[in-house]
Write a protein that binds this ligand. Structure first.
Ligand code: FES
Length: 108
């Protein structure tokens, strides 16, 4: 069935579309930082470590303190700054201690 969907399509367009979708995926959920920004910073600023990326993008400074985004940023670094088609975290939401999060002030 998938073959039928791609039959006759220009594979270059499909790959480009896949890359665009990947770049739009939010990697640092706490700060809303997308994969495209992280990839661009790695490539243009020659970042070689997660700390480097975090300093330049603000990732890793959210409520989870980088527990969710750090493994994905490490994977992107290992992929030489190219977008991952299916980024995922190695930390499941259930594994995160909720006391790590700063409660939002809803009184204002
Ligand atoms: S997901 Fe990046 S700091 Fe929480």
């Amino acid at each position: 069935m998938i073959f039928a969907l791609t039959e006759g399509c220009d594979m270059t367009i499909l790959k480009k579309e896949e890359e665009i979708k990947a770049r739009l995926q939010v990697i640092c959920i706490c700060k809303g930082i997308k994969q495209g920004r992280i990839c661009d910073i790695i490539q243009t600023k020659n970042c070689t470590s997660v700390d480097d990326v975090n300093q330049k993008t603000g990732s890793g400074s959210g409520g989870c303190k980088g527990r969710r985004c750090k493994p994905v940023i490490e994977s992107i670094l290992a992929n030489q700054g190219r977008p991952l088609s299916k980024p995922h975290t190695t930390t499941e939401p259930n594994e995160i201690d909720e006391t790590d999060f700063t409660p939002m002030d809803t009184t204002t």
